[in-house]
Design a protein around this ligand. Structure first.
Ligand SMILES: NC(=O)c1ccc[n+]([C@@H]2O[C@H](COP(=O)([O-])OP(=O)(O)OC[C@H]3O[C@@H](n4cnc5c(N)ncnc54)[C@H](OP(=O)(O)O)[C@@H]3O)[C@@H](O)[C@H]2O)c1
Length: 362
């Protein structure tokens, strides 16, 4: 099979022939139909992101495929099934040891798992743990790239499930102008949020979110002045904020983080999903008397995948919200450069091993 291989950090991906993967007990092999390329893939491959990834490797965190062959213990999956391949693999003997297939491992203890599933989806075929493969039902092959949008939507869905967002509630999405924050707005509306206060610095993107999703979205442009930002959030919320979903990146100023988190009501929930590295300055007494839940959330539980597929199938989530750019596997390096240059919240760059030349959609 053909694969894009990262032989050394800082080198371009090399298109090579690799042996076809073979399924064993607990795994299946899929024909990869579409694999998402993130805006920061270039930073992973040049080493500047500092991701732990043993080389050489076929990178690629999950995607959309069709089952090619199954291991002896598969009970339902069968060749030809369209599936979503989930990249988060959890060790069977410890929930704290996780890897992202084809992407990175987090702890030293997870290294054996990484070595088993180091190769990911930037290839014609990929071996995946059976439990990481979820049927999505029949789709048109032409739509495979669009279904990669599931990866973007599932991350904020994990936070919204962890915080148990209920219909009618007011949610504040901090970092709503980013890829995952913007997806969080879409998912919260699909889950029935009554009002979504969307905050970020980029006014154009905020206005676009409000225009696209309608009156339930209340955009608030952050100025960096914590007092003024808190007042603007309170005005937009026009009532208690039941939950905050934070997706701010590591560059964000703490004043912006605090302005958003402190908007939560008595008894409310704060879900931290962003990349902030600095220590938060949150008052013990405010948390205690406010009976506030503060929780970190990484990715999403396995049951989120079939539920998200149902939301898409029910028309609650429209995958056409993404602007799609699709590249052939031979064009993997062009796809990585394109994704870095087009890292907007709606942009989706995808590798399609089944096509020969770049397609740009939307
Ligand atoms: N918990 C998880 O499971 C999980 C999974 C994936 C990613 N993440 C994390 O989620 C974060 C967001 O990822 P993403 O892909 O959505 O990022 P992104 O698309 O690059 O968006 C980041 C947003 O942050 C804002 N931003 C950039 N620089 C800023 C600054 N100096 N101060 C304040 N805001 C700034 C930008 O909005 P404005 O220009 O409007 O400010 C941008 O829209 C990352 O840190 C990532 O590591 C977490």
């Amino acid at each position: 099979m053909k694969a894009a291989v990262l032989n050394a950090f800082g080198q371009p991906l090399s298109i090579e022939q690799r042996p076809d993967p073979v399924p064993g007990a607990g795994s299946v092999v899929v024909d990869v139909m579409a694999a998402g390329v993130t805006g920061y893939a270039a930073a992973v491959f040049d080493g500047s992101r500092g991701y732990r990834l043993e080389l050489p490797a076929v990178p690629g965190p999950g995607g959309i495929g069709r089952v090619r062959s199954v291991g002896p213990d598969a009970t339902r999956l069968k060749p030809g099934d369209w599936v979503f391949c989930e990249p988060t693999i959890r060790a069977r003997d410890s929930a704290s040891d996780t890897i992202l297939q084809g992407w990175t491992y987090r702890t030293d203890a997870a290294l054996p798992l990484h070595r088993l599933y180091r190769d990911g989806s930037y290839a014609e075929q990929m071996r995946v743990p059976t439990e990481n493969v979820t049927p999505i039902g029949d789709i048109e092959a032409a739509d495979a790239g669009r279904w990669c949008g599931l990866s973007r939507l599932l991350v904020p869905y994990g936070g919204l499930l962890a915080g148990a967002l209920a219909a009618g509630e007011t949610l504040l999405v901090s970092g709503a102008t980013g890829g995952f924050g913007g997806a969080g707005v879409a998912v919260a509306l699909a889950m029935g949020a009554g009002r979504v206060v969307a905050t970020g610095r980029n006014r154009r993107t905020l206005d676009e979110l409000a225009h696209r999703f309608g009156a339930r979205v209340k955009p608030v442009a952050m100025t960096g002045d914590e007092t003024a930002d808190r007042a603007a959030i309170a005005q937009a919320a026009d009532g208690p904020v039941d939950m905050v979903l934070d997706f701010l990146p590591r560059e964000a100023a703490l004043s912006q983080v605090h302005a958003n988190l402190k908007a939560v009501r008595h008894g409310g929930r704060i879900m931290l999903m962003g990349g902030v590295r600095a220590a938060l300055d949150l008052d013990y007494n405010w948390l205690m008397h406010g009976e506030i839940t503060l929780r970190g959330v990484w990715m999403y539980p396995p049951e989120a995948v079939p539920r998200m597929v149902q939301m898409v199938r029910a028309g609650l989530i429209d995958l056409h919200q993404f602007e799609l750019s699709e590249f052939a596997l031979d064009e993997a390096n062009a796809a990585v450069a394109h994704a870095a240059a087009h890292a907007g919240p709606r942009q989706l760059t995808v590798l399609r091993p089944d096509i020969l030349h770049r397609l740009s959609g939307a």
